[in-house]
Design a protein around this ligand. Sequence first.
Ligand code: PMT
Length: 383
Amino acid sequence: MIRLLSKQGIQTRAILTKAAEEFVTPLSVASLTGEKVFTELFDLTDEAEMGHIQLSRSADLVVVAPATADLMAKMATGQANDLATTALLATDKPVMIAPAMNVRMWNHPATQRNLKQLLEDGVQVVGPDDGDMACGEFGPGRLAEPDEIAEKILGFFSRKIEKTGPLKGRKIVVTAGPTHEPIDPVRYIANHSSGKQGYAIAEALRDLGADVTLVSGPTRLSEPEGVSVIQVEAAKDMLQATRQALPADVVICAAAVADWRVENGSDQKIKKKEGQLPALTLTENPDILATVSQKGEARPDLVIGFAAETQNIIENGKAKLAKKGCDWIIANDVSPETGTFGGDENSVIVLSSDGEDHWPKLSKKEVAISLALKIQDYFKGRN
Ligand code: PMT
């Protein structure tokens, strides 16, 4: 996490608790932060150079990672019996915690009570994630991934600091996630898109300083900091929200928009009748990518679509590039065995009038960063 933050130009100063010193040495942490590591409350040298009050206020943000059940309890009750807890009590700066503990400890009413108190105190929380734990159990309690914590921290700053970066001043609209096409008030047609690829693209563009609007179908992802998010359900709402977000320099359609919706949907729950199937009629949804790509003065400089294919990826991708009238198509294989839908990795081919560019298998975040850098290149030398 320190390494990721330092790559983004964020300087970190570390305080290690006694427990932390069982896992990492002050020397190894100092080599990453490039700063003295603080460990002792009553270290006279530290107090002479920088008292704990000053230390607690010298940062723009105080992050506790990992935040154990014990540390959360101390924070929630205002205890201050070592340097870390004293700095946390003395600080006048925002605090973010990344909890990490056994699933039962996390679910324990005491921890949940402390969490509630910390949220009420304005503490920001990242994670914990669900997953396998060192103790062999499974569930919530696993420390959020370093890049997730770093992202939340970066988001905190982009919300507060004026945007800088090579895409500063560029307005970019990204669509992401699936659409839900209602059949009746309780049922809908959907697909397996998780929104991960589109959200990662919005975040990568934000990190390069772009002014990003994310038009999102229903997902389980948290809204990225520093991005304007418009939540929609069905394709026609997604089209309307995308149109309203224009004009833009770039539009990227990463959403898995349903091609069809139910024409004869019902306002009331359709009743199940013995031996009778509902006669649903499908009609075609508007094509957001094709609509935005239409020639005209308001057309964005760059319109990028995706092609989700299960066979003849390149051929079908090229056909979509021609048919939809966009500038680039990012073709990806969504056959179930690839795990592209919902997974964390993607292997894409960028198709444009320049030909085919095959990227290796990358994490969705890396695909997003590479795409953001390609967009940055596109605008180099343009006004
Ligand atoms: O969300 P994830 O789980 O991370 O998965 C990522 C992804 C596989 C969904 C993503 O990488 C992707 O491929 N998105 C496009 C999915 C899709 O609907 O592809 P398509 O080949 O059916 O559509 C082609 C293009 O037209 C897409 O840019 C799509 O957004 C757009 N489209 C399609 C239909 C429609 N009515 N309106 C559109 O804008």
